[in-house]
Design a protein around this ligand. Structure first.
Ligand SMILES: [Zn+2]
Length: 610
């Protein structure tokens, strides 16, 4: 199955790229742009920066110690997209592999001397994921051979002992290779890497061992902590190991960590990771909008984790978080032209960024950049977009479950359906049955969609009198099903209420006290100010019904606000509560957060003082 995650058991089974095709629409357009523009963009920059040349032995070696992993992520993107550039790039990589399977352009000759920062196993992880993608889309070839040789090398070198990598990802890669090949030692190697972590297995460092989740065994952790990408990749691998080994305790541990992290350490956009210094989660409720780090890669890792938990449990809350993160983080991470990217994703930008020529060395969140010294995010976006159809729907004995409502055609067994919708701009979704089958159809009703309705319009039976009006049923958040069998011509109509809504923060999030945000459907909105538009630093919004305006197919919102001059009183504190007041009445325009930053340097805020 052409799918990044194919567990051997679970409540739901994945439907891969061969079963789900996206049609033009919010995600279909982005997936096409990724295939046509972003993949080539990444390859051009990796060539220009010398990271591909490293595999050809060009000297001096260029790029960071983990730059090999970027080529592997690109190869994974190419594999999912069945891109014609893959064989040549895979051949370049293959020629750098050593006789025993070792492959790393930075550490060749001084291998395995720095587990904390060397990223050797991390790089293999991405290589193996690329190999699995190629195997599932195309079958065995040079890339899959290289990946298997690397995995065998890892098993020989690390099966015994106490070592592991400072940056997880090898765990989920090895489990997936086990799933794709049936070779059990890959699963056993992944299991041992998971169990070793936190004993501890790595050196103590100035950030502390929590930085790389080596402060305590994963079974004993209460919450995700430390470097957010590392924490979420590890958790994804732990779910994979738990599912394949039937380790319920381990699965429950990750579910509990996910639950607390979502309740206390997640931004409204689904972004994770508050701290810039070590790219880490903060403490509970440490969620400042302006200093939010929210690395794009952490959001991708969060989507990967939630998808795995969804497959294992069938619980809608995992699809809900994945949807929030898809629309407000993944879609934000890449510009509308597919050629520049956010690394950090704060919820407030106070000062417009200065446009850069060339490589960005500081991944702050003011403007998207075409490339970074550490370009994990662009390549991660490329591979995630390329495999995005695999996240849309699943199957079970009961039929098809559609978790993400986007224009698409989905096939499972004899059942084939077409999803037609303008979502997320409209809440009307039609699912037409193209070919009938024994299974039913289940749709996810997002957690915010109270008051949704569903109606099943059966195809007219030949020779039968026309049926009366079909019954409209309420559809509560969670899942709503139309039982099978479904017949060609059947239609399901789901209506989600799309009125904009104000959202208020938990009072324990000190940095957000006294403010509110506006959401509509799955989208978080923000105020944005470019060039000579009024600045957003000194404003107070009035909580009233936002007005909708459609602009070029995009729904924008307007709210009433008072805008101050921003003048100083000399001292930003006072003996009375309330601080500065007043300002001119204005209509404040709000745009979907994922669209901000496409009009040049800007200030921006999601949370509006009220
Ligand atoms: Zn990244």
């Amino acid at each position: 199955m052409a799918d990044p995650v194919v567990p051997s058991s679970g409540v739901l089974s994945p439907l891969g790229l061969d079963a789900v095709r996206l049609s033009p629409g919010f995600w279909g357009d982005r997936v096409a742009l990724n295939r046509e523009v972003t993949i080539a963009h990444c390859q051009e920059w990796e060539e220009r920066e010398g990271w591909i040349g490293n595999f050809r032995g060009e000297r001096p070696r260029r790029g960071r110690e983990f730059s090999d992993s970027e080529i592997y992520k690109l190869l994974e993107a190419m594999a999912w997209a069945d891109h014609p550039g893959l064989p040549a790039l895979a051949e370049t990589v293959a020629r750098a592999q050593e006789g025993d399977g070792y492959l790393n352009t930075r550490w060749s000759g001084s291998r395995y001397t720095d587990f904390a920062w060397g990223h050797e196993l991390y790089c293999y992880g991405h290589l193996i994921q690329a190999g699995v993608a190629r195997l599932r889309v195309h079958g065995e070839d040079r890339l899959t051979e290289v990946a298997v040789r690397a995995a065998d090398h890892v098993c020989r070198r690390f099966m015994e002992g106490t070592e592991t990598c400072g940056h997880p990802v090898i765990e989920m890669a090895l489990v997936e290779l086990y799933r794709a090949t049936g070779t059990e030692r890959y699963l056993e190697m992944a299991r041992r890497f998971v169990e070793r972590r936190g004993l501890p297995a790595l050196a103590d460092i100035p950030f502390g061992r929590a930085y790389y989740q080596d402060d305590l065994p994963v079974r004993r952790a209460q919450v995700f902590r430390g470097h957010a990408v590392r924490a979420l990749y590890l958790a994804s691998g732990v779910v994979d190991v738990a599912v394949e080994t039937g380790d319920e305790e381990l699965l429950k541990a990750v579910e509990a960590q996910w639950e607390r992290t979502v309740a206390r350490r997640t931004h409204l956009t689904g972004g994770m990771g508050s701290r810039h210094a070590d790219e880490s989660f903060g403490e509970d409720y440490e969620l400042p909008p302006d200093r939010a780090y929210n690395e794009t890669c952490a959001s991708i890792a969060s989507i990967m984790l939630s998808h795995r938990l969804l497959l294992a449990t069938g619980d809608a809350r995992y699809a809900d978080l994945a949807e929030r993160t898809l629309y407000n983080m993944l879609a934000t991470g890449v510009a509308l032209d597919g050629r520049s990217f956010f690394y950090a994703n704060p919820l407030q930008v106070r000062v417009p960024a200065v446009p850069l020529e060339g490589v960005n060395h500081a991944p702050e969140g003011g403007l998207r950049s075409p490339w970074f010294d550490v370009s994990c995010c662009p390549n991660n976006i490329a591979r995630t977009m390329a495999s995005l159809p695999a996240y849309v729907a699943t199957s079970s004995a009961g039929g098809i479950q559609i978790h993400h409502l986007t224009p698409s055609e989905i096939r499972h067994g004899r059942l084939a359906v077409r999803v037609e919708t303008g979502y997320p701009w409209t809440g009307s979704v039609r699912v037409r049955v193209l070919e009938g089958g024994p299974g039913g159809i289940t749709l996810r009703v997002p957690a915010w969609a109270s008051g949704a309705t569903i109606v099943h319009v059966p195809a007219p039976a030949p020779g039968a009198p026309p049926p009366g009006d079909p019954a409209v049923r309420p559809a509560s958040p969670g899942y709503v099903s139309v039982e099978g069998p479904c017949r060609a011509g059947d239609e399901i109509r789901l209506e989600l209420p799309m009125a904009p809504r104000w959202t208020f923060p938990d009072r324990r999030i000190d940095a957000l006290r006294g403010s509110a945000a506006v959401e509509r459907g799955p989208l978080v909105y923000c105020a944005e100010s470019v060039a000579d538009e009024p600045p957003l630093g000194d404003l107070a919004a009035r909580v009233g019904p936002p007005v909708e305006r459609e602009m070029d197919g995009v729904v924008e919102l307007e709210v009433a606000a008072a805008l101050g001059s921003g003048g100083d009183g000399g001292w930003p504190y006072a003996p009375v509560a309330g601080g500065r007041a007043g300002g001119a009445d204005v209509t404040l325009r709000l745009v979907p957060y994922h669209r901000w930053g496409n009009r040049g340097p800007a200030t921006m805020r999601v949370w509006l003082p009220i």
